[in-house]
Design a protein around this ligand. Structure first.
Ligand SMILES: [Zn+2]
Length: 808
C-alpha cells in the first residue's frame, strides 16, 4: 500500500471560501488511540454495515469503514460514534478523511444527535490520494426532529450514500472541534426551528445569509443555538446578532440584557425582542406589508448614515417591521426605495451606539453590497473589528481559483492572458488596487482598505474569467424558476443577456401541476397573466429574436405554491391528491397513479407543444416526492387490481413483504414512466423535431426505487432527447464523478448536467462555476444546465462567463 506524508496545507478544503482552522486551533477528541475492542464499542454500525476496524494509513492510526454495497439492500453505510460531546463553543467538526474509490458513493452525511433530534451536514468525497481534512460547519447544518442544542450532542453518525452496487471503503482519523473563538455571535432560533420543517428552513436560510456576509467581510464568528446561550458564552464577544429570531425565550432575553448592560453590542433583524428599548434606544414600529411587488426594492443611506455604507443595497423585501428611535440616542441611518428609484419614506435601519435594527431578514440577493452593509454595521458598533477584517481582506485578494499569493497569481495570470486586453487590464487594475489597499491599511484607514481590497479581488476574479477559453458547439442552458423571467428585466432583456454571453438555451418554468402562466385550457391560468401577458409567448418571441432555444419546463404532480385554492380543493375532493405512508393528506401533490392526473399531466404538456413553436418540453418533479408516497386508497385499489390480489396489511406489506415491495416499486415506476412515454410520443407527432428532456435526481439506482424515477429506462427507450441530472454539489470532483456515472446510465442520450450555482452558499461564485464547467468538459458532456437564472446570476455571473468561458 502506498503511504504518504500528511500535507495539511496542500490539501483542498471542502469549502475553499470558508474560514478553515489551522491545526493549532483544533481540540482533538478522538485520535483513534484505542484498541480494536474499544473501537467497536465506540463506533457502532447501523444495520447492514460491518464493524469498524483499526488500521494505519499515512503514518496515523485510523478507522477503516467498509461500505458493503454489492448485493446489499441498504441505501447507505453508517456508523455511530457514541459518547457525549459539547459542541457549543466551536464552529464545527473536522476530521481527516480518505477514500481510495469514491465512485460507488453519491455523497456523505454527518449527523449529530441531540435530544430528540439531529443536526445534519453533508460533504462530498474529495479527490485526493492522501488524507484530506473535512470540515462540517455547524451553521450549514440543517435540523431533523427536535435537537436540543449543540451542548447536548451524544452521538455522531457518518453515512456514505450508495450510488453503485460496488463495495468500497473509507478511512477516518483525528476527529476534532475547530474554531469558535470569533468576536461575533450569531444566535440561531432553534426554539422556532423545532416547530416545523418550514420554520427550520427559514431559520437556516436567514442565519446562513448573515453568516455568509460576515465571513465574506473577513470577520470571525460563531453560531450559537438560543438553547445554548449563557452569560459566560457571551463574555468577551463584541457583537451579538439575531438574524431571524421570532421567539426569544425569557432566559435567553435575560442573558442578552446582561450582555448589553456590560457593554455588549447587538444587531437585530426583523424581530426586535420586547424589553430592550431602554438598553438599545430603539423600538419596533409597525409591521408593514408591501402595497405592491417592487415597493421595497433597495436600501439607501439617510442623511445621517453609518460610515462606509454602500450607496445602494438591493433587497426585494415583501414586508418590514419599521424601526424607530426610542430616544435621541438612536437615529434612522437608511431608508427603503422602490423599484422606480423613489424613496418610500419607510425607515430601513436604525442605529444607536449599542444596537442596530434592520427592518427585515437579510435576503441573499446582492451579496456584495450586503457584505459591505454588514461591515458598516459591525464597524459602527465595534470599530476595532475593522482592523482584522482589513488584514484578512488584503490576504484574500489573491485567493481566487487555486491561487494563494498575489505575485505568483499575477505572473501566472499574465502568461495565461496571452495578450488578451480584457485580462491584462483587469490584472493591472488588481495590482493597483492591491497596492492602494495596503497603503490604506498602513495608514489605519480600515474601511477604505477593506473596500479597496474587495475591489482588487473582484478585478482578480475578472482576470481569471478573462483567461478562460470557450468550447465551440456547446449546449449552454439556464433553468429559470420564475415564469416572469429575471426580476427587473423584460424577457427580451433577459434572453438578450444570455445570447450576448454565449448561452444557447433557456428552460423557463411556465407550468405546474395546478397553474399555468399562459392562457391554458387544461390548467387554471394564473391571475397575473391577464395583466402581465402570456409568458410563454413573451419568452419565445425573445428566444426567436436572439436565436436561443426555448424548452418549456413543467413542474409535474406538484400543484405549486401559486396554485388556485379552489382547484386544489377540487382535486382533494375528487381523491386525486396524495396520502403519505402514515396517512397524512398532501394537499399540493397529485397522485401519480390516478388516471385523470396522468391525463392532466400529459394534456397540459401537449397543449404547450400545440400552441407554441417551442424547441422542447422539459419534465421536472417527474417522480414521487419520496418513499413515503403515495398510499392513497386509489393507489391501493389500482395496485391490487394490477397484481390481481388483495394486500392484507396496507400499507405495511409494501415494506415488510419483499415480494410485495418489489411489485409495489415497479408499479410506482410505471405510473411515472407512462406519462413520460406518452408525452414524448405524442409531442413528436404534434411538432416533429421537438426535444423532450427531464431534470432528474443524481443517483439513478437509488432513486428509481426511492422516488420511482427510472430515467435510465427513459433514455434507453428513446423517450428523452437529453437529460439534466441535478448534480448540485459545491465540489467539482464530486460533480464530475456523478456525471461520469450518469453518462453511462444515459446510454448515449446527451447528459447536460445541472450545476447548482444558486444552491451554493454564494450564488455568484463564478470560480466554482468555472471549475464545474471544466469538469463537464473533461468528461465531454457537450453542455451543461445552470440553476437558476435570476437577478444576481444575470447581473454578476452571466457577463463574467461571457468574457471568455462561454464567449459566443
Ligand atoms: Zn395515490
Amino acid at each position: 500500500m502506498m503511504t504518504r506524508i500528511i500535507t495539511m496545507t496542500l490539501t483542498v478544503c471542502i469549502c475553499s471560501s470558508m474560514y478553515t482552522a489551522d491545526e493549532s486551533d483544533l481540540r482533538v477528541f478522538d485520535d483513534v488511540a484505542y484498541a480494536q475492542d474499544a473501537a467497536r464499542k465506540t463506533w457502532q454500525p447501523m444495520e447492514g454495515s460491518p464493524a469498524v476496524e483499526i488500521t494505519s494509513f499515512g503514518g496515523r492510526k485510523a478507522l477503516l469503514m467498509a461500505c458493503k454495497f454489492h448485493g446489499n439492500r441498504v441505501e447507505r453505510a453508517s456508523w455511530d460514534r457514541l459518547g457525549p460531546i459539547d459542541m457549543t463553543a466551536c464552529d464545527g467538526l473536522t476530521f481527516l478523511f480518505h477514500c481510495p474509490n469514491p465512485t460507488p458513493i453519491s455523497g456523505f452525511s454527518v449527523y449529530f444527535r441531540s435530544g430528540g433530534g439531529w443536526y445534519s451536514g453533508r460533504f462530498d468525497a474529495p479527490a485526493a490520494d492522501g488524507w484530506t481534512p473535512i470540515h462540517i460547519h455547524k451553521k450549514s447544518c440543517s435540523t431533523e426532529g427536535q435537537p436540543t442544542g449543540w451542548s447536548k450532542v451524544d452521538a455522531i453518525r457518518i453515512s456514505a450514500w450508495k450510488a453503485r452496487e460496488t463495495d468500497t471503503a473509507i478511512r477516518i482519523a483525528r476527529l476534532a472541534l475547530f474554531g469558535g473563538r470569533g468576536p461575533i455571535v450569531i444566535l440561531r432560533d432553534e426554539t422556532t426551528a423545532a416547530k416545523s420543517a418550514d420554520s427550520a428552513r427559514e431559520i437556516t436560510r436567514y442565519s446562513e445569509t448573515v453568516a455568509q456576509c460576515i465571513e465574506r467581510a473577513g470577520l470571525d464568528h460563531i453560531v450559537l443555538s438560543d438553547r445554548d446561550l449563557t452569560a459566560d458564552r457571551l463574555k468577551d464577544r463584541k457583537i451579538l446578532i439575531l438574524p431571524y429570531n421570532p421567539q426569544v425565550p425569557p432566559a435567553t432575553l435575560d442573558h442578552i440584557k446582561t450582555y448589553l448592560q456590560s457593554g455588549g453590542k447587538l444587531i437585530v433583524f426583523f424581530h426586535l425582542p420586547g424589553g430592550l428599548e431602554s438598553l438599545t434606544a430603539i423600538r419596533s414600529g409597525p409591521f408593514t406589508p408591501q402595497p405592491r411587488p417592487g415597493y421595497f426594492a433597495s436600501i439607501h443611506p439617510s442623511e445621517t448614515p453609518l460610515k462606509a455604507m454602500p450607496p445602494i443595497t438591493a433587497q426585494a423585501s415583501w414586508n418590514i417591521t419599521e424601526p424607530a428611535p426610542a430616544s435621541d440616542k438612536a437615529r434612522i441611518v437608511a431608508y427603503w426605495h422602490s423599484d422606480d428609484g423613489r424613496s418610500t419614506g419607510k425607515p430601513a435601519i436604525a442605529a444607536s451606539d449599542t444596537a442596530i435594527f434592520y427592518s427585515h431578514v437579510l435576503i441573499g440577493d446582492d451579496l456584495p453590497n450586503k457584505t459591505l452593509l454588514l461591515l458598516a454595521m459591525v464597524g459602527h458598533l465595534a470599530p476595532d473589528l475593522w482592523q482584522s477584517a482589513a488584514d484578512r481582506n488584503i490576504a484574500q485578494i489573491a485567493q481566487v481559483a487555486h491561487y494563494t499569493k498575489l505575485a505568483p497569481a499575477l505572473a501566472d495570470l499574465k502568461s495565461r492572458a496571452a495578450g488578451r486586453k480584457i485580462a491584462l487590464d483587469a490584472l493591472d487594475e488588481a495590482e493597483k488596487l492591491a497596492t492602494k489597499a495596503k497603503s490604506h491599511r498602513a495608514a489605519n484607514e480600515f474601511s477604505e482598505a477593506i473596500l479597496t481590497a474587495q475591489s482588487a479581488r473582484a478585478a482578480m476574479i475578472d482576470a481569471w474569467c478573462a483567461v478562460q477559453t470557450a468550447r465551440p458547439n456547446e449546449h449552454r442552458a439556464f433553468w429559470c424558476h420564475s415564469a416572469f423571467g429575471v426580476e427587473g428585466m423584460t424577457w427580451d432583456q433577459a434572453i438578450k443577456t444570455l445570447a450576448d454571453n454565449g448561452f444557447t438555451a433557456i428552460l423557463p418554468n411556465m407550468l405546474w401541476a395546478g397553474v399555468a402562466y399562459y392562457p391554458s385550457n387544461t390548467l387554471p391560468t394564473h391571475a397575473s397573466v391577464a395583466e402581465r401577458g402570456d409568458q410563454i409567448q413573451l419568452c419565445l418571441d425573445a428566444c426567436r429574436k436572439y436565436n436561443v432555444q426555448c424548452h418549456v419546463w413543467k413542474v409535474n404532480y406538484n400543484m405549486g405554491w401559486a396554485a388556485d385554492r379552489t382547484f386544489m380543493q377540487k382535486m382533494k375532493d375528487a381523491a386525486r391528491t396524495q396520502v403519505s405512508f402514515s396517512g397524512a393528506a398532501e394537499e399540493r401533490w397529485l397522485c401519480p397513479s390516478h388516471p385523470d392526473n396522468q391525463t392532466l399531466e400529459v394534456e397540459s404538456m401537449l397543449e404547450v407543444a400545440r400552441k407554441y413553436p417551442v424547441d422542447g418540453l422539459h419534465f421536472d418533479y417527474i417522480r414521487y416526492p419520496d418513499r413515503d408516497h403515495c398510499f392513497c386508497p386509489g393507489c391501493r385499489s389500482r395496485f391490487e387490481a394490477r397484481i390481481g390480489r388483495k394486500i392484507a396489511k396496507w400499507p405495511a406489506d409494501t415494506r415488510n413483504d419483499p415480494n410485495v415491495e418489489q411489485l409495489w416499486l415497479g408499479f410506482r415506476r410505471d405510473q411515472i414512466t407512462r406519462v413520460v412515454a406518452e408525452v414524448a410520443k405524442r409531442a413528436r407527432e404534434i411538432r416533429p423535431g421537438i426535444r423532450i428532456s427531464a431534470a432528474v435526481f443524481q443517483n439513478w439506482p437509488i432513486h428509481r426505487a426511492a422516488i420511482g424515477q427510472d430515467w435510465r429506462l427513459w433514455c434507453e427507450r428513446g423517450d428523452l432527447d437529453f437529460v439534466c441530472p441535478m448534480n448540485y454539489t459545491e465540489q467539482a470532483s464530486h460533480f464530475q464523478r456523478m456525471t461520469e456515472n450518469q453518462l453511462e446510465w444515459a446510454a448515449g442520450v446527451p447528459v447536460y448536467p445541472g450545476i447548482g450555482l444558486s444552491t451554493w452558499p454564494d450564488r455568484t461564485d463564478i470560480c466554482r462555476l468555472i471549475d464545474q464547467i471544466h469538469a463537464a468538459r473533461t468528461v465531454k458532456t457537450g453542455g451543461f444546465t445552470i440553476f437558476n437564472y435570476a437577478r444576481p446570476e444575470a447581473a454578476e455571473v452571466v457577463p463574467r462567463l461571457g468574457l471568455a468561458m462561454t464567449a459566443p
